[in-house]
Design a protein around this ligand. Structure first.
Ligand code: NAD
Length: 338
């Protein structure tokens, strides 16, 4: 059966959804709705389907089986609720919603309507992250000590509704849970606002997991070049992922106390083992994400990134924001009672 799929909100992210959907076999791209009609028209001129300014009209006229919701985060609840009401399956861009309440309402209404709700935590579909998970499962690192995330870059002026923690840290929090899979015990954050008109644009965050692993987050909209990296340090060495190039490296701990060559030892300061660059078959994460969503719709199976996964990432992100504002660590059992 050919699936009829469309996109609501074709700004900087939604237009990529439209492109990918239009390229998928067995899928008909039925159109796009955007408050900016010219944006919708530009997309449909390029990828087919019909343009709409009113997403309700779009849903009524095209009767899609599934849509992507890529409107600004603050509008996720309103738009997604209307999609769910019409029993249309939906992939909502991350973060799930503007608030925990909004997210909980979306999950509950989707469940009641029997609609598939997936959240666009795109790094789950990054081949280097998936490969890293396999290496960790194979025990190649031994026990994990620490996970460090660097997600930094210039300020995207269009983002006005949320700060950098809710907008970007949710990516890495979701990856942390996917890789390490442990509950959070407490978080502490230093946040600051340097460019954004109203929200934080800088985060230095600490996350202590229940299994003892420590996560660090260096995330901002201030760095003049785009950095997207992840390091996992453990008993046997360290993995490094470059999210952007989808490269995965392993730095092995030295198996002995260092070579006898005094000059090298002095230069490096410490002894080092081998470095391996693992071969990772590259794929556009967005394509993998949308394929996985539509496969779940086709097969009536569960989506790989659920509403509650999205809610979890939002919960920890909000705790980091709160920690930054209140200048104190947030104990997670206390946050959960709030
Ligand atoms: N997964 C990722 O890596 C990633 C990257 C960027 C953005 N996002 C997410 O995607 C969402 C959109 O972000 P963006 O950067 O594309 O924003 P954007 O401002 O570039 O685009 C949003 C579009 O939605 C339209 N819009 C707003 N309200 C609407 C409504 N009620 N009906 C129809 N159209 C409406 C706007 O006109 C605009 O064209 C956000 O939730 C953001 O967090 C995810």
């Amino acid at each position: 059966m050919t699936l009829k799929v469309g996109v609501i909100g074709v700004g900087s992210m939604g237009r990529n959804h439209a492109r990918v959907i239009s390229e998928l076999p067995g899928v008909s791209f039925v159109g796009a709705a955007d408050l900016d009609f010219h944006a919708a028209e530009m997309i449909t001129n390029r990828f087919g389907g019909h343009p709409y300014v009113d997403y309700l009209q779009f849903l009524e006229a095209e009767q899609p089986d599934a849509v992507t919701v890529a409107v600004p985060t603050i509008s996720h609840l309103e738009v997604a609720s209307n999609v769910i009401q019409r029993k249309i399956h939906l992939l909502i861009e991350k973060p799930i919603a503007f608030s925990m309440d909004d997210g909980q309402r979306l999950i509950a209404t989707a469940e009641r309507a029997g609609v598939k709700l997936m959240i666009g935590h795109i790094e789950r579909f990054n081949p280097a992250v998936i490969a890293l998970k396999q290496h960790l499962l194979a025990g190649e690192l031994g026990s994990v000590f620490q996970v460090d995330f660097h997600r930094q870059g210039p300020f995207p002026e269009r983002v006005v509704d949320v700060g950098v923690v809710i907008d970007l840290a949710v990516h890495d929090l979701d990856v942390m849970r996917y890789l390490i899979g442990s509950d959070v015990r407490r978080v502490y954050a230093e946040t600051d606002r340097r460019i954004h008109s109203s929200r934080e644009d800088m985060l230095t965050g600490l996350v202590r997991l229940a299994n003892g692993v420590v996560g660090t987050l260096a995330i901002n909209w201030l760095t003049p070049t785009k950095i997207r990296e992840l390091f996992v340090t453990g008993q046997k060495g360290m993995f490094r992922v470059d999210y952007l190039t989808q490269d995965l490296y392993f730095y092995e701990n030295a198996s002995n106390g260092g070579g006898n060559w005094e000059t090298i030892r002095v230069l490096r300061g410490v002894s080092e083992g081998c470095m391996i660059r693992h071969v990772v078959k590259k794929k556009e994460p967005l394509r993998a994400e949308i394929e996985a969503f539509l496969a779940a719709v086709q097969d009536d199976s569960s989506v790989p990134v659920s509403g509650s996964d999205g809610l979890w990432a939002l919960k920890i992100a909000q705790a980091l924001v709160k920690s930054g504002v209140e200048n104190r660590a947030i104990q997670f059992d206390l946050v959960e009672k709030n």
